[in-house]
Write a protein that binds this ligand. Structure first.
Ligand code: FDP
Length: 342
């Protein structure tokens, strides 16, 4: 663990270099990917900030692979990340929530040993109403021998991630990432255009304050999910009730709960048997971060990071956040009759 004095200003670049130095065998490729992500984040942040001022609001005619209408800003964020990342010689393949297939590295560029998976602009249905949105990313190491990455390189369980992070475009822009040495947060200082260390070694409270769930789906939930929500609300089991907060932008809901303590739930339900969120672009990276911060993430039964993905756009139910609250989900959904607070 690197200690900085209260007065030292630590840029994300300095922090990444200092973390890299703790691994003498490091080639600098991973650090390079993280700088490039920080650059892409600054470009997207600048566009998001001016979204209300320019004629960029509203949907394009395109639909993404999930059949959702793409907002123009999604398209911009997607292209910005691809362009920032494809030429550095560190990646061998990419995958985006907005693209149906693997994104290859163009032949004119060198290929490296890492793969990047990302959700360029999460919470995009919130763009038009000035509600925070985010970018989420995950990095894994190539496992096949091919020069260009293959599907098998991208379809790795989350526990094999070497780094993951998210950017929250909120009242300030924050980037939080982990390389498995804790989760660290940086706030963009727009006056100098740098991400500065603001939240070193984030620890999420063991017990949460907040419950984030869209309970408009209650009619479609099964009985165990309904029971879990009653327990979170203190209506059953004698547990202290959680306060409900639901922005509807995963990054914003996750970030608030990470810092303040809480649980975000997107259960499977009758109309959406695998839930809504994407394992590779959303659940895995956030699960890596939350575990590094002392929290937990499950799909209702299994640890998210242990799920073997079968397809790029696989969906998963998600229960993520403070350890005690996720443990309660695990016990309740398994139908265990143990005491709620136990
Ligand atoms: P969005 O559809 O606006 O992109 O992953 C997609 C996501 O937002 C998450 O950010 C958010 O948590 C969730 O969907 C909201 O879904 P519901 O509207 O079904 O609650």
């Amino acid at each position: 663990m690197i200690h900085h004095t209260a007065t030292s200003v630590v840029t994300i670049e300095r922090f990444i270099i200092e973390q890299e130095r703790q691994h003498p065998q490091a080639t600098g490729q991973l650090s390079g990917i993280l700088y490039d992500m920080a650059l892409a984040a600054k470009m997207i942040a600048s566009k998001v900030r001016s979204a209300g001022l320019v004629d960029i609001l509203g949907a394009t005619d395109d639909h993404n692979v999930q059949g959702e209408v793409q907002q123009k800003l999604d398209v911009f964020a997607n292209e910005t990340i691809i362009k920032a990342m494809d030429h550095g010689g560190r990646l061998c393949a990419m995958a985006s929530e907005e693209e149906p297939d693997i994104i290859p590295i163009p032949d004119r560029f060198r290929c490296g040993k890492y793969c990047l998976l990302f959700d360029p602009l999460d919470g995009s249905s919130n763009i038009d109403v000035n509600v925070p949105v985010g970018t989420i990313f995950s990095i894994v190491k190539k496992v096949t021998k091919s020069k260009h990455g293959e599907l098998a390189d991208l379809l790795q369980p989350g526990r094999r991630q070497v780094a993951a992070g998210y950017v929250l475009y909120g009242s300030s822009t924050m980037l939080v990432y982990t390389t498995g040495q804790g989760a660290h947060g940086f706030t963009l200082d727009p006056s100098i255009g740098e991400f500065l260390l603001s939240h070193a070694n984030i620890r999420t409270p063991d017990e949460g304050r907040y419950l984030s769930v869209n309970d408009a789906y209650e009619q479609h939930w099964d009985d165990s999910v309904r029971q879990l929500m009653r327990r979170y609300r203190g209506l059953e089991g004698g547990r202290r009730s959680l306060s409900v907060r639901y922005v509807g932008s995963l990054v914003a809901d996750f970030h608030r709960n990470l810092l303040g303590g809480g649980v975000f739930c997107y259960p499977a339900h009758a109309k959406s048997p695998r839930g809504k969120l994407r394992l590779l672009y959303e659940a895995n990276p956030l699960a890596f971060i939350v575990e590094q911060a002392g929290g937990a993430a499950i799909d209702g039964r299994k640890r998210i990071l242990d799920i073997q993905p079968e397809e790029l756009h696989q969906r998963t139910p998600l229960y993520i956040g403070s350890k005690a609250d996720v443990d309660l989900a695990s016990r309740t959904l398994a139908g265990l009759k143990t005491a709620v607070g136990a």
